[in-house]
Every structure is written in structure tokens, then in C-alpha cells.
Ligand binder design. Structure first.
Ligand SMILES: *Cc1c(COP(=O)(O)O)cnc(C)c1O
Length: 518
């Protein structure tokens, strides 16, 4: 047990009134380097008799300095750290756009089946027909749900999927002998959209939204030219609103010879209801870790398959599966592609996130088509329930109309209270909630974006709404201390985020650096 108090520079304004600095089971956990003893080892293996190092001049002379702990000490250290983490299994996680939905345990059980869990990416294909069949079926249902012609399963996150989609667009333009230079991105877009376009050398041009928070086809038309390679549009958008001009936008983009990339992070609002392919979309990533319930946010890796329209399908990356008269064939190299296909290359070393594919497939099969549709409807219903429960106290930037799967508030309602969006979010931590997404999208001042997802019961939504109402009324009464000093009941208090960003301390040193020097 560590006898120490919380250092003030780590937001430790909370006086610990116990001898240890701990608060019951909330144990003040030091870093593993601070509790470990380099001379101690938790394993007991004799040096093999004929051991001779074979690394020549690369041989290490001094000790490696790893912190040594006994097995129970190591176990306790990591279990205690894990308890400091807020996750979807601890409570409601209303982070807008991120879709922190429940991770069904059935998915975990399926992913642990030895035939999926114990295979190796370098195993001969002939030994993994079941895994290939799962990839083919997952791809089939993703295409079915989106109305797409082809799918690339290998991208490892949404942002990686954006890169994949834009690379296919670039290859399709190159095949036409064109090298267009501009990608249009609405102002409300997620930061990864302009970043992905810039990474490929495109110039990003922002398209402003109209006053109702959606993009106007006429405005897009003004920005279109022979230099525009693509538009990247999120639908429903990051304000939680369905882009009602989406078909007109797709038509205008295609008339200009450009492609329509849809950011599919919000597909969980429309899965089973509308198919992006029918709306004229050429490429779209699907965040399996959002829409299809695979764990993320510290719980597991992302997975961002991309679906393609017929126009882009020939340029999809390897590897991919072909199902023809000869059965299932896995195309791993561009040279093996069928006539007419011109894969732009390969995006990842292996095949993608197999464990996440199994979980997403399990989620789809457990729900069925009607269940997927209901999950979307319930996600939208829950967000509107939260909107209706709070709109008399908190301000809605685009009026009291129905939203999709997330509800966006701004900070006009806090005017004159001396309390900011950040203070309000931090106060939610003291009440036991992970805050909503704040200050995104950027188009709304002091944004608070709440996405309850379909996972939450009415009882849990009622409790959440009641808590936010209590906090909102306390803010309006001017109870500043509750907000500006929050969080007061977390392992760490308010951090100096500006300083952490400007002067990050990225290495552990002994003794630790003096953080309070200017
Ligand atoms: C989450 C998200 C992304 C990026 O997805 P990652 O899987 O985190 O890379 C892109 N756009 C929107 C709107 C998102 O919500």
C-alpha cells in the first residue's frame, strides 16, 4: 500500500484524510516504476546450461531496469488501474458521434471460439475456410445494408477507412487520366475528414452549412469544378440531423465528374432504414466499433470496412473475396485480380481485425434485419427523449425539431452564469457520468453532443435526464463552486489541459520532473 497524498500538480486538490492517501477501495496507485523493484522478478526460471547470446555487439551489458513485482503485486496494480477507467460496462457513456453502445457478451463468446481466436494470419488459406466464409458473409451483409457493390474489410478504423475510400477515388480519377486537387468538406465535419484528404495531398475546401445545420445542394454546386475530386459528407451529420438534400448533392457531384464519400460513423441512426448506395454514395466507411457494437474507447481496436459503388468497386484494395462458380476465392495480390479490376494496392499487412469481424457478424445475426432496424429506431427515439427532457432548460442551436441518434445543445443557456461547457461536463463526472462530447461539432458555440444509443433503458434515461436537469438548474442558480472545481470526486481533479498539451511530459524519470516550474 502506498503512503502518499495526491500531488497538487496532478489536480490533487482533494485532501486525503487517511494515512495511506487511499479512499477505501479507491487506492492511490503509483506508477509501476515507482512501486517495482528492479532487482525483483516475478518468474523463476534457471538460465539454460548451454545459453550463449547470439546478438554479437548488440548484447546488453547493464541491467534492463524493468520494475520487478511479485505476481500478486503485478495483478493488483493492473486491476486497480482498470478500476479507474470509466467504461460502457460501468455506466452510461453519452459521447456524441462516438456511439458507445453496449458490447453484447454473445459477441465475446463467438470471438473466443477456437476456430476464430486461435488462427494465425500466415496460416495457409486451405486451413481456414470457416474464417473466409465469415469474411464473405460479413461483407455480404455490409453490402446489403448499404446498397453497395463491393467492400474492403481491411481498414482498421473509421479514419483509416476514409483514407482507403479516398485512395480508391484517386485511383479511379487516375484511370480516367485526371488528377483533381480539391476535396470539399462541410464545416461540421469530423476532423478526420479534412485530415485524410490532406494526407493524400488534396486541398480541403470548406462548405458552409445553412442556418438549419444542414448542407445546401446549391451551396455545394457553387464549389464544384473540374478540380474537385470528391465531397466528404456525414449523414446523418454531426449536428444529429439528416441531410435532406443528399440525393441532389450526389447528383451535382456526379455531374461534375467527382465522387461522393460518405462518412458512415453515424450509420447507426439509419441501418436497416435507408441504404446510402440508393442515395448516390460512392464510398463509405462503417465503424464496426460504433454501429455494430464491437468494443472501443480503450476496450478494443477499431475496424472500419469501406463499401464502394459499382463505379469505385474495381479500384478497391486487396485483399478481397470473390465468390463465383469456382466457390470462394481470396485475392491477396493485385496480379491475381480478375479482368477489369485495378486494386489501388494494399492498406494493411494482413486481413483486418478478425476478432472484430466475428463480433460484428454475431451482432448482426443476433439482431436480424428487423432487429437492426429497431436498433436504429430506438437510438433515434432515445436521443429525442433526451432532447424533449432537456430542451426547456438547455438551448438547441437549430430549434426544437426532431434529431436523429444524437442531440446537440449549445451554450447560449449558460450565458451569464460564469460556467462553461467544460465546467458543466466536468460536473457530470462527479455525478457518475462520462461527459457528452463537448466543443464538437465546431460550427456550434460551446457544443454539447449527447448520444444515448439504443442500449439505455427508459429508467436509465430518466435518471440521466433528471441529473442533467439538476445540474442545469444549479448552473442557472449560479452555484459556481460545483462546476469550476469539478471533478471533486474523481481520482484526479481538474487538469491543466492547456499546459499538458503545450508542455507534455512524455517520459517517466526518477525523480519526476518539477511540474510547477513556469
Ligand atoms: C468516430 C468518427 C470518425 C473516425 O472514426 P475512427 O474509427 O475513430 O477512426 C469519423 N467521423 C465521425 C463523424 C466519427 O464519429
Amino acid at each position: 500500500m502506498n503512503r502518499q497524498t495526491r500531488p497538487a500538480e496532478f489536480g490533487g486538490s482533494i485532501p486525503a484524510d487517511t494515512f495511506t492517501g487511499n479512499r477505501a477501495l479507491d487506492i492511490e496507485e503509483a506508477l509501476v516504476f515507482e512501486i517495482g523493484r528492479p532487482e525483483v522478478t516475478g518468474v523463476d526460471i534457471e538460465t539454460p546450461a548451454d545459453f550463449s547470446p547470439r546478438l554479437g555487439l548488440l548484447e546488453r551489458k547493464p541491467g534492463i531496469g524493468l520494475p520487478g513485482l511479485s505476481e500478486p503485486e503485478a495483478l493488483r496494480h493492473y486491476v486497480r488501474l482498470s478500476r479507474k477507467n470509466y467504461g460502457i460496462d460501468t455506466g452510461m457513456f453519452p459521447l456524441g458521434s462516438c456511439t458507445m453502445k453496449h458490447n453484447p457478451r454473445l459477441n465475446e463468446k463467438m470471438a473466443r471460439l477456437p476456430g476464430f481466436a486461435d488462427i494465425h494470419p500466415l496460416q495457409p488459406l486451405s486451413t481456414v475456410p470457416g474464417a473466409l466464409a465469415l469474411l464473405a458473409e460479413l461483407g455480404h451483409w455490409l453490402r446489403e445494408l448499404t446498397g453497395a457493390a463491393a467492400v474492403a474489410l481491411s481498414p482498421k478504423a473509421g479514419a483509416h477507412g476514409e483514407l482507403c475510400g479516398l485512395m480508391a477515388i484517386k485511383a479511379a480519377l487516375a484511370a480516367r487520366g485526371e488528377a483533381r486537387s480539391i476535396v470539399l468538406v462541410p464545416e461540421s465535419a469530423h476532423g478526420t475528414n479534412p485530415a485524410s484528404a490532406a494526407l493524400l495531398g488534396y486541398r480541403v475546401e470548406a462548405v458552409p452549412a445553412r442556418s438549419d445545420g444542414t448542407v445546401d445542394a446549391a451551396e455545394v454546386e457553387k464549389h464544384l469544378s473540374a478540380e474537385v475530386a470528391a465531397i466528404m459528407l456525414t449523414n446523418p451529420n454531426t449536428c444529429g440531423l439528416f441531410e435532406r438534400d443528399v440525393v441532389a448533392i450526389a447528383e451535382a457531384v456526379h455531374r461534375a465528374g467527382a465522387f461522393f464519400y460518405a462518412d458512415g460513423a453515424n450509420f447507426n441512426a439509419i441501418a436497416g432504414k435507408s441504404r446510402p448506395g440508393d442515395l448516390g454514395i460512392d464510398a463509405m466507411h462503417l465503424n464496426l466499433h460504433k454501429t455494430f457494437s464491437t468494443p472501443h474507447g480503450g476496450g478494443g481496436p477499431g475496424s472500419g470496412p469501406v463499401v464502394f459503388s459499382a463505379a469505385l468497386a474495381p479500384f478497391a484494395p486487396v485483399p478481397y473475396l470473390v465468390c463465383d462458380a469456382g466457390g470462394l476465392r481470396y485475392v491477396e495480390h493485385a496480379g491475381e485480380a480478375e479482368p477489369g479490376a485495378e486494386p489501388f494496392g494494399r492498406l494493411t499487412a494482413f486481413h483486418g481485425q478478425m476478432g472484430m469481424f466475428v463480433r460484428a457478424m454475431s451482432y448482426m445475426l443476433a439482431h436480424g434485419g428487423d432487429g437492426m432496424r429497431q436498433a436504429s429506431e430506438d437510438a433515434v427515439l432515445n436521443a429525442n427523449y433526451v432532447r424533449a427532457g432537456l430542451q426547456d432548460l438547455m438551448s438547441l442551436p437549430f430549434g426544437e425539431r426532431a434529431c436523429m441518434h444524437e442531440v446537440l445543445f449549445d451554450d447560449r443557456w449558460l450565458e451569464g452564469c460564469g460556467i462553461t461547457t467544460l465546467d458543466f461536463a466536468k460536473a457530470m463526472i462527479d455525478e457518475g457520468y462520462h461527459p457528452m462530447t463537448v466543443y464538437f461539432p465546431l460550427v456550434v458555440h460551446g457544443a454539447m453532443l449527447i448520444e444515448p444509443t439504443e442500449s439505455e433503458s427508459k429508467a436509465s434515461l430518466d435518471l440521466f435526464i433528471a441529473t442533467l436537469r439538476d445540474l442545469a438548474m444549479a448552473a442557472k442558480r449560479g452555484e459556481k463552486a460545483r462546476f469550476v472545481n469539478a471533478p471533486r470526486h474523481a481520482p484526479r481533479g481538474r487538469l491543466d489541459e492547456t499546459r499538458a498539451a503545450r508542455r507534455p511530459v512524455l517520459r517517466w524519470t526518477n525523480p519526476p520532473p518539477q511540474l510547477n516550474e513556469q
